[in-house]
Design a protein around this ligand. Structure first.
Ligand SMILES: *[C@@H]1O[C@H](CO)[C@@H](O)[C@H](O)[C@H]1NC(C)=O
Ligand SMILES: *[C@@H]1O[C@H](CO)[C@@H](O)[C@H](O)[C@H]1NC(C)=O
Ligand SMILES: *[C@@H]1O[C@H](CO)[C@@H](O)[C@H](O)[C@H]1NC(C)=O
Ligand SMILES: *[C@@H]1O[C@H](CO)[C@@H](O)[C@H](O)[C@H]1NC(C)=O
Ligand SMILES: *[C@@H]1O[C@H](CO)[C@@H](O)[C@H](O)[C@H]1NC(C)=O
Ligand SMILES: *[C@@H]1O[C@H](CO)[C@@H](O)[C@H](O)[C@H]1NC(C)=O
Ligand SMILES: *[C@@H]1O[C@H](CO)[C@@H](O)[C@H](O)[C@H]1NC(C)=O
Ligand SMILES: *[C@@H]1O[C@H](CO)[C@@H](O)[C@H](O)[C@H]1NC(C)=O
Ligand SMILES: *[C@@H]1O[C@H](CO)[C@@H](O)[C@H](O)[C@H]1NC(C)=O
Ligand SMILES: *[C@@H]1O[C@H](CO)[C@@H](O)[C@H](O)[C@H]1NC(C)=O
Ligand SMILES: *[C@@H]1O[C@H](CO)[C@@H](O)[C@H](O)[C@H]1NC(C)=O
Ligand SMILES: *[C@@H]1O[C@H](CO)[C@@H](O)[C@H](O)[C@H]1NC(C)=O
Length: 680
């Protein structure tokens, strides 16, 4: 009995599995797919040489009857327009063509699929506007983000599509206001309108949509004040990068589930309202770059979920609150760019959760005391103190201990003294930036023992002596180690760049392996052993007093992108082998005493005269003959060094930490290359 039943089940199962795996493609669908294939300007991998049964083609799923129910061709490098005929695939439930190079307007019929549940056309080059009439009665998930759509947002989206749960329209050029008809999007759980040109005010009904948990309106042209009176189920609300003004309202009790609130880069003023500073649900609070003021008295006994607090670049006053350390979940905190005074509170010794602390651009005192306190934070991995202290002495206390620190940035503080010995205990350090201070003395050789160091910026100080050879043995600059790539665990948001390309911004950018010792008084040679640093991307030694030859071993710097040796006293020839550095895009040996021929070929064919000027004994291919060299060099070079990137990621130069990181991703940050501050 049992055996028989099993046997029948097996037959039935076997049969149905067979039928599902191998249905024969209906002739009508076959014709449509072939037309789709032939209409593409690119080939579709796995289709061209495929069998006549289209149900076996890559990305196609058929039902029992051989009707196509899923068409999934994401990331297939497809180029071309979508044909109108696609819509005769009546049984289609999933259409996923994301991340291709599809273009042109969408066929109107694509908005009239009777059974379509998932439509993902994101990250293509589609253009045109939404059709006025949309009839997708089965749709649940609609993603057309990251295209070039324009015009108003279709008001009727939820009228015929009553079951829609996820609507992603971000990173397009949609304009106009949020349509009042969205009031009826009662099944909507996620709505993304970020990075468009949406204007007007944020209608209150959006907050009240019964199922809506995630709302992103970031990077639009929204204005007016925030307002909400009735309870909202939102879990995540992002209104950053708009023109929202007025006081930050005391309305957070109407958002009993709100976990992430981001409103950075608006025109919000006022104090932190009580309903926010007592919120038990808020985990991430990002309000940087507004005009908030007062003191931020967060009630840590109430804010039991707070994990990320970013209040940078506002007008907060006074001293750093004493009781922040009792926010027991608080890991990431950026309070930089405020008018904070005083010093780091004693209570921070008990700040066990603190992992990321940025206090750049404040007006703090007593860096010795501050570091003494912070060394007690057991989980501190990132410490950024750019431009917060002024004219103090770099603490030299050999007993300082920061065992977990991976990033230390104390730049732009005009600190005197020497590079402190306590750095030798920072065995996990990856990023060290002490640039733009007034540190003197030599580089202590122990820096070369810090096994994880991948980014060293000691530029713009008064350091002298030889560059210690130990720096040429830094293991993480010799070999790439994935686990040392620096990313910070903070929210990431997207924005459109100047050329329409989508850029992702994070709070942490990957810092390319860097050695920047520029603008100091280093003497002696460039060690041949520098050639060991195969993982180095940026080598900046300009404005020093280095002498001797350029070692030919530098040809082994196979990752090098920027090499600036200008304004030294280097002599001899430029090693011809350097033309083999295939990644080299910025190169300068200007203003040395080099002689001989400028190597030609390779990347050297892309460098201009300004890379070589100021070396009277140098001549090269890009001038007709070497007698003309002198004449050429006498014409003033207007774009002198303008391209030279230095990467002051945490220098907090003029803005907070995040801005500089963002600039890093958008345009190469150009730092004043002249020794103005120090030498004039
Ligand atoms: C195939 O298409 C033709 C014409 O469009 C239509 O008449 C016919 O009913 C279709 N056949 C099936 C099986 O859908
Ligand atoms: C579309 O396909 C891509 C790649 O397989 C996948 O990451 C994405 O989640 C799919 N979209 C939907 C809505 O499932
Ligand atoms: C709803 O679908 C019907 C039938 O296709 C269409 O006539 C109407 O314009 C659609 N409504 C909206 C608001 O798109
Ligand atoms: C929402 O739906 C209701 C009922 O169908 C209708 O009366 C109302 O006009 C709709 N709201 C908007 C703004 O279209
Ligand atoms: C700060 O916000 C303003 C708008 O209020 C914006 O224009 C600016 O780009 C923002 N700055 C940064 C660094 O995000
Ligand atoms: C920001 O708000 C203040 C008043 O709170 C107003 O005076 C100012 O014009 C606003 N700035 C912008 C750029 O909207
Ligand atoms: C802080 O929060 C605790 C716990 O929710 C509450 O009892 C207390 O009254 C709050 N203090 C203030 C000043 O709001
Ligand atoms: C921080 O460090 C302490 C002690 O080293 C540890 O027990 C704790 O789990 C760490 N993490 C947090 C979030 O406090
Ligand atoms: C810094 O703080 C320590 C300890 O509180 C104190 O002894 C020292 O005098 C302070 N230094 C300055 C420059 O205020
Ligand atoms: C890479 O870095 C990690 C973390 O510092 C370290 O544990 C590991 O040994 C390194 N790997 C190599 C191959 O050096
Ligand atoms: C470059 O590296 C290779 C392999 O380690 C080595 O054999 C060679 O001598 C190096 N070349 C120079 C010029 O240092
Ligand atoms: C440049 O090098 C030549 C020898 O090649 C030497 O005579 C001259 O003094 C050097 N000039 C400077 C400024 O060092």
């Amino acid at each position: 009995m049992n055996v028989l039943w099993l046997c029948i089940t097996a037959i039935v199962l076997g049969f149905s599995v067979e039928a599902q795996l191998n249905p024969t493609c209906s002739s009508n669908d076959s014709i449509v797919l072939k037309a789709f294939m032939n209409g593409m300007e690119s080939t579709i991998d796995g289709w061209t040489s495929a069998s006549s049964n289209c149900c076996n083609w890559v990305g196609i799923t058929c039902d029992f009857h051989g009707k196509v129910v899923k068409l999934e061709l994401s990331k297939k490098r497809l180029v071309g327009n979508l044909p109108d005929s696609l819509t005769t695939l009546h049984q289609l439930t999933t259409l996923n063509l994301s991340r291709n190079l599809l273009k042109g307007p969408l066929p109107i019929s694509i908005f009239h699929f009777p059974n379509l549940q998932i439509l993902d056309l994101s990250s293509n080059e589609f253009s045109g506007s939404f059709p006025l009439s949309v009839n997708l009665p089965s749709i649940q998930f609609l993603d057309i983000s990251d295209n070039n759509f324009e015009g108003p947002i279709a008001p009727g989206l939820c009228i015929n599509s009553t079951g829609i749960r996820v609507l992603k329209l971000g990173v397009n050029y949609f304009d106009g206001e949020i349509p009042p008809e969205f009031e009826n999007c009662s099944f909507l759980e996620q709505l993304f309108l970020d990075a468009n040109l949406v204007s007007g005010i944020i209608p209150e009904f959006l907050f009240r949509l019964p199922k809506l948990s995630q709302l992103s309106l970031q990077d639009n042209l929204l204005i007016g004040e925030l307002r909400n009176r009735n309870p909202s189920n939102l879990v995540s609300l992002d209104v950053s990068l708009n023109g929202i003004s007025g006081n930050l309202p005391d309305f957070f009790h109407t958002f009993p589930n709100l976990r992430d609130f981001s409103a950075h880069s608006n025109n919000l003023s006022g104090r932190i309202p009580a309903s926010l500073s007592n919120s038990g649900t808020i985990s991430s609070l990002i309000l940087r770059n507004n005009s908030l003021f007062g003191s931020f008295d967060l009630n840590c006994s109430a804010m039991i979920s707070l994990s990320t607090l970013d209040l940078a670049d506002n007008r907060f006053l006074g001293s750093i609150p004493d009781d922040l350390s009792s926010c027991t979940m608080l890991r990431n905190m950026d309070l930089g760019g405020n008018k904070l005074t005083g010093s780091i509170p004693e209570s921070f010794k008990r700040f066990d959760s603190l992992s990321y602390l940025c206090l750049s651009m404040c007006n703090l005192k007593n860096i010795s005391r501050s570091l003494e306190i912070l060394q007690h934070c057991p989980n501190l991995t990132t410490l950024v103190l750019s431009r917060s202290f002024h004219d103090e002495e770099m603490p030299s206390d050999a007993n300082l201990r920061f065992k977990e620190l991976k990033t230390l940035v104390i730049s732009n503080c005009k600190l005197t003294g020497t590079i402190p010995v306590w750095l030798n205990g920072l065995t996990k350090l990856r990023i060290l930036d002490l640039s733009w201070n007034q540190l003197g003395g030599r580089i202590p050789p122990f820096l070369g023992d810090l096994q994880s160091l991948v980014y060293i910026d000691l530029s713009n100080n008064f350091l002298h002596g030889e560059i210690p050879k130990s720096l040429t043995r830094l293991p993480s600059l010799e070999f790439h180690n994935n686990s040392l790539d620096v990313f910070l665990d903070l929210p990431i948001f997207m924005r459109r760049g100047t050329f329409g390309k989508v850029l992702r911004y994070g709070y942490g950018a990957r810092s390319p392996p860097t050695l920047d010792l520029s603008n100091n008084f280093f003497t002696g040679p460039i060690w041949p052993e520098f050639g060991n640093l195969r993982n180095l991307h940026i080598l900046n030694l300009r404005y020093n007093e280095l002498s001797g030859n350029i070692p030919s071993n530098l040809v082994n710097l196979s990752c090098i992108e920027t090499m600036d040796l200008s304004h030294n006293e280097l002599s001899g020839q430029i090693p011809l082998s350097l033309v083999r550095l295939g990644m080299l895009s910025k190169f300068s040996v200007a203003y040395n005493n080099l002689t001989g021929f400028i190597p030609s070929g390779g990347q050297f064919s892309t460098f201009s005269a300004s890379s070589f000027e100021g070396n009277p004994g140098l001549c090269g291919e890009f001038v007709l003959n070497c007698q003309e060299v002198e004449e050429l060099l006498q014409t003033p070079e207007s774009e002198e060094e303008e391209w030279m990137i230095s990467l002051p990621i945490w220098s907090g130069f003029g803005t907070g930490f995040v801005l500089t990181v963002m600039l890093l991703l958008v345009v190469p940050t150009i730092r004043d290359t002249h020794r103005t501050d120090k030498f004039e």
